[in-house]
Ligand binder design. Structure first.
Ligand SMILES: [Zn+2]
Ligand SMILES: [Zn+2]
Length: 364
């Protein structure tokens, strides 16, 4: 049986390649991809902004159906029985349990996390990206069964956006009654709004796109700050002070991917505030900004970056969705669906930042 992958072969150049769908080795699982999303990271990778992922298969946010189980696989990583045809989600990176990060028990700091995804598609078992008909779950990769009540649309973003937000907001210690300002109402920002609201925080979201601001309210924001109305960082900091009735936010979450948002995080945070920096992942001269470090000192700020999550947070993401999927419009995170042949169009649609996510249905 043959399957297809969308391989990145050059900057902004994608080619569909065909390979034999492999049989899983002991401990591995082969999935048929039922739905994938275009995440902001896929857009960066497409533009060759990731040094590691330049000749790999694109795509990492997805849900799939079990096509073949390797010898010995009878349950997922939560001990739930799995059978052929079950829907599962998989963590898109590895925790090798052998590197300096894993040695400290910090699986999100694994130095080898992208070891499999970075492979060239010509290398067997080929299917290490989600913009493909099939996906190969390595024996060391965490995966979890999806309850029937959750649609593919609802769970497709669980293994990146949602798990990442649950992890970041835990690590930044967002507590009930605190004020959080979320910079950016893309997929990450909307998930974060729902998680923060669910925790009993007062939630404010900053963005410039009217449809996204409206979605932010639907995902639990108590109020929004429209950048077309509050046009400078200082205007927005003043608005945050009015909304919080304080000298700034307890927690600021940056999920824009725009470098200028970081010095603004420092402006928006109140004294003793905590900043979670997640959206900015690019480095180099094009991504440098001016910053006043004295503000961090004077305000006694805590600044933390988060890239990836502890793999079991994907299980928390599924439990969260099972509990709240009727409270927030998760189906509205994507607009129209794209086939594998339309992958370039889907990525460009994702890059336009008008909708949160473009959806990819490889086996339609
Ligand atoms: Zn992602
Ligand atoms: Zn490791």
């Amino acid at each position: 049986m043959k399957g297809q992958v969308a391989a990145l072969v050059g900057p902004e150049t994608v080619e569909l390649k065909e390979f034999d769908v492999p049989d899983p080795e002991p401990g591995a699982v082969v999935l048929e991809v039922t739905r994938a999303n275009v995440c902001g990271s896929d857009v960066h990778i497409y533009h060759y902004e990731s040094p590691l992922l330049r000749n790999s298969v694109l795509g990492h946010e997805f849900v799939g159906r079990v096509h073949a189980l390797g010898a010995g696989v009878t349950t997922d990583y939560a001990g739930e029985p799995v059978e052929l045809g079950d829907r599962v989600v998989a963590v898109y990176f590895l925790a090798c349990r052998r590197c300096a990060g894993c040695l400290k028990g910090e699986f999100s700091l694994c130095r080898n996390s992208l070891r499999l995804w970075a492979r060239r598609p010509e290398e067997a078992p080929h299917f290490y990206g989600a913009f493909a008909t099939h996906y190969y779950v390595d024996p060391e990769q965490y995966f979890y069964k999806v309850p029937d009540a959750l649609s593919d649309e609802t769970v497709a973003g669980a293994n990146c956006g949602l798990a990442q937000m649950l992890f970041a907001l835990d690590r930044i210690d967002l507590r009930s009654g605190e004020n959080i300002v979320i910079q950016g109402a893309g997929g990450l920002g909307l998930y974060a709004a729902a998680v923060a609201r669910d925790r009993g925080a007062r939630v404010f979201v900053v963005d410039a796109v009217p449809e996204r601001l409206e979605l932010a309210r639907a995902f639990g924001a108590h109020d929004v700050i429209d950048m077309r109305e509050h046009t400078t960082p200082l205007d927005r900091a003043k608005r945050v002070q009015e909304l919080t009735g304080s000298d700034g936010a307890d927690v600021v979450l940056e999920v824009t991917g725009v470098a200028a948002a970081f010095p603004e995080s420092v402006e928006l945070a109140g004294i003793g505030g905590r900043i979670a920096s997640v959206g900015n992942i690019n480095v180099g001269p094009a991504h440098e900004v001016a910053l006043t470090p004295g503000l961090i000192t004077r305000k006694n700020l805590t600044v933390r970056g988060f890239l990836r999550y502890d793999p079991w947070y994907l299980h928390k993401a599924i439990e969260f969705l099972a509990r709240v999927h009727e409270d927030y419009p998760f189906g509205r995170l994507t607009d129209r669906d794209y086939s594998l042949a339309e992958i370039t169009e889907a990525i460009q649609r994702g890059a336009a930042r008008q909708v949160a996510r473009a959806g990819v249905v490889p086996n339609a």
